[in-house]
Structure formats: structure tokens, C-alpha cells
Ligand binder design. Structure first.
Ligand SMILES: Nc1ncnc2c1ncn2[C@@H]1O[C@H](COP(=O)(O)OP(=O)(O)OP(=O)(O)O)[C@@H](O)[C@H]1O
Ligand SMILES: [Mg+2]
Length: 313
């Protein structure tokens, strides 16, 4: 059976795309799923996050994008972790778009280069750069699904319209098969009402209904530490909340075939601060009090409980 090819995209910078590609990939590999992570970002953060420097990279996605003869399989390397494979990036990739301008079928270059890789791997996760560039279009054109990490931040939904615009164009013109599997809430801080408000807005967004993962990734300092150490947090700090969240995400993704509705975050949406007490209703004791609307089951997401507040980013 062909594996699942998933573009991890959001044109907003710093929302957790690379962290998600690394750790979802590592968590899938850990449960025995042969997984390839593809670094399609010239920043090469995914490549570095798996412990490689540019000196270690002889062949990269740059070669794949600019040489029509090159197959993605030619640049795939093993990582230190069983079942986890990497197609590394290189800073040269930043010049690829210009080199590709006169290339025939340039939006389909990655899709063509994938060859039979989807038969070899159960999951292929493509880490995109933070822009709706030709490289990102290539990632979406080569994928069956997209996964959009969104930081639980007030500006999270900004730019979602633009993202859907590109997604719709690619669906219409290049790859009618591609579907939004899910939005992943990242860097959630359960102590803040702002985080909750953002999730509330996401849940109310008409195009996101059924497309938000129940798994939420909390803010956790171990993530940055693991990236500094060149290892997935799933292995670097095996039991920290972020590692547990990415394992839960792997299980959730595995259980939800493309197109299946997702449950959405099961978090307590009520304000953290105690509300002002309601005035006593006329009628005194015995009058039924208004109950809060039955919300989703209250289960706090994995957050940064293990880290003292001062240490958090
Ligand atoms: N759950 C988390 N808790 C704390 N820090 C996090 C978490 N996830 C990611 N980060 C940190 O946030 C920063 C941005 O994360 P990441 O590089 O994954 O985002 P990105 O969307 O790939 O960024 P870019 O758009 O530049 O490619 C990094 O410094 C990373 O260590
Ligand atoms: Mg990134």
C-alpha cells in the first residue's frame, strides 16, 4: 500500500513546522513505521535538528529541485534512529527557485522526483519554508495531505485566507487529490486565556471544522534544547510533555485516514480567571442556576508542567 505523503506547511514563520516534521517523523518511526522527512527549506533547520551540518550534506533537495534527472531517492540518507530517513536540505536551495524559472513543469518537479518512494515509506513528511513559494507549491503538488501547525498566538489565523487560496489553486490546477488533514495547535500555554481564545477562534473557523487535531502541543523548553542537541525531542527527553504530545499526534494521525474528521482539541475553553459571581437570581434558593454549555470533555493538553515558568520561552 502506498504511504501517506504529507506537506507540513504554513507561510507564517516560527509556528512549529520543522519541530512537527522532526518529531512526528521520529514518533512514527519509533512505532515501526518507515518514515522519510524531507527538508524543503533552505534554512535546513530540519536537517540540523537531526544532527547534520551542511558539511555533512553532499547531496540535498537542492539537487532534486534543480536537476530534472535527479530522483529524491538519490539524496535520502539514514538517520541515527531506526526507520527514520532524511532527505536533507542545503543553503543552496535558496537559489533553486531562480534556477527553476525556465524549467518545464517546474511546479511538479518534486512530485516527479518522488518516483516509487511512497511505496517504500509508510509516511513522507515534507517540511516547507515559511512562504508560499515555488518550493512550497512543489511540496503541496507532491502530497496527498497537508498538515498545518498553528501557534496558539493572537495572530495565528492571519494569513489563513492566503494559505487556503494557494491550497485551492493547487487543488484546482495541479493536484486535485490533496486534502487538508489537519491543523495542529502548537506552543499552547494552558495558563493563558490568549491560547484558549485562539483555539476557540480556530474551532469556529468554517474551513477548519473537523480538521483540527485533538492533540495539542504545549510550550516546552525541551524542544529548543533538543534542536540544539541535534535530536528529536521524542528521543532527547523521552517523557517530557512535548515528546508525549508528538507520540499522541502520531497515534492520532495513524488512526485517522486522509479525509476522516478529527475530534479537535479537548481543552477546557472556559476562562482561567474566576468570573465575577452572578447576582442571586430572583426567586432565591432552589432556582436552577444557568449551567455552562456542555463543552468538550475537560482534558488539559500536554503542556509545560515540568518546566518552571521562568525557564520557558
Ligand atoms: N512546543 C514548543 N515549545 C517551545 N518551543 C517550541 C515548540 N515548538 C517549537 N518551538 C521553538 O519555536 C521555534 C520555531 O519552531 P520551528 O522551527 O519548528 O518553526 P517553523 O514553523 O519550522 O519555523 P520557520 O517558519 O522558520 O521554518 C524554534 O526555536 C523551536 O525550538
Ligand atoms: Mg522550519
Amino acid at each position: 500500500m502506498a504511504g501517506r505523503v504529507i506537506a507540513v506547511m504554513n507561510q507564517k514563520g516560527g509556528v512549529g513546522k520543522t519541530t512537527t516534521a522532526i518529531n512526528l517523523g521520529a514518533a512514527l518511526a519509533e512505532i515501526g513505521e518507515p518514515t522519510l522527512v524531507v527538508d524543503l527549506d533552505p534554512q535546513a533547520n530540519l536537517t540540523r535538528g537531526l544532527g547534520l551540518t551542511s558539511a555533512d550534506v553532499t547531496r540535498s533537495t537542492y539537487d532534486v529541485m534543480t536537476d530534472p534527472e535527479r530522483k529524491l531517492a538519490d539524496v535520502v540518507i539514514e538517520t541515527k534512529w531506526p526507520e527514520l530517513f532524511l532527505a536533507p536540505s542545503h543553503i543552496d536551495l535558496s537559489g533553486a527557485e531562480i534556477e527553476m524559472v525556465s524549467m518545464y513543469g517546474r511546479e511538479m518537479r518534486l512530485a516527479r522526483a518522488m518516483g516509487g518512494l511512497a511505496e517504500r515509506f509508510a509516511y513522507i513528511l515534507i517540511d516547507c519554508q515559511p512562504s508560499l513559494s515555488l518550493l512550497t507549491v512543489n511540496a503541496v503538488a507532491a502530497s496527498r495531505e497537508i498538515l498545518v501547525p498553528m501557534q496558539a498566538h493572537p495572530f495565528a489565523l492571519e494569513g489563513l485566507g492566503k494559505l487556503f487560496e494557494v491550497y485551492d489553486i493547487v487543488r484546482r490546477e495541479i493536484n486535485p487529490e490533496v486534502e487538508l488533514t489537519g491543523v495542529l495547535v502548537t506552543m499552547f500555554d494552558r495558563r493563558t486565556n490568549v491560547s484558549r481564545e485562539v483555539v476557540r477562534q480556530m474551532l469556529a473557523h468554517p474551513r477548519l471544522a473537523g480538521h483540527i487535531f485533538a492533540t495539542v502541543v504545549g510550550q516546552n523548553i525541551r524542544v529548543a534544547e533538543s534542536q540544539g542537541a541535534g535530536a528529536p525531542v521524542v528521543h532527547f527527553a523521552r517523557t517530557c510533555p512535548a515528546a508525549l504530545a508528538y507520540r499522541a499526534l502520531a497515534a492520532e494521525l495513524r488512526a485517522a485516514p486522509p479525509g476522516a474528521p478529527l475530534a479537535g482539541p479537548q481543552i477546557d475553553m472556559r476562562e482561567r480567571a474566576a468570573p465575577e459571581p452572578e447576582p442571586e437570581p430572583i426567586g432565591g434558593e432552589g432556582t436552577p442556576q444557568a449551567q455552562p454549555a456542555p463543552g468538550p470533555p475537560v482534558a488539559e493538553p500536554q503542556a509545560a508542567e515540568d518546566v518552571p515558568e521562568a525557564e520557558r520561552e
